[in-house]
Design a protein around this ligand. Structure first.
Ligand SMILES: [Zn+2]
Length: 93
């Protein structure tokens, strides 16, 4: 009943680039659905999205101005994704 959906690293990274705009509410509805579908099928991206959402919420609580993600937070998110499941690195947590 479901379409086969392949996730590649580049696909995930592209999604992550859009996540910033997504949590900022800048994406069109269609694109939001695409992202959510991807995350539905991709736990890695889901984790990143949750982290990102929390971070943004934190920043919005500190200042009511729209804040951009600090580069260092973004870098950590990407770093997390670039961990390959085949690399044998111990998973955190
Ligand atoms: Zn993904």
């Amino acid at each position: 009943m479901s379409h086969p959906h392949h996730h590649t690293d580049s696909e995930c990274q592209e999604l992550l680039r859009q996540l910033n705009a997504y949590v900022d509410g800048e994406l069109a509805g269609e694109l939001c659905r695409e992202l959510q579908q991807h995350m539905d099928d991709c736990p890695d991206c889901e984790v990143v999205f949750e982290t990102l959402t929390r971070t943004v919420a934190l920043y919005r609580n500190l200042d009511e101005e729209p804040a951009e993600l600090p580069a260092d937070v973004e870098a950590r998110l990407f770093q997390r994704l670039s961990l390959s499941p085949c690399s044998g690195l111990p998973a955190e947590g």
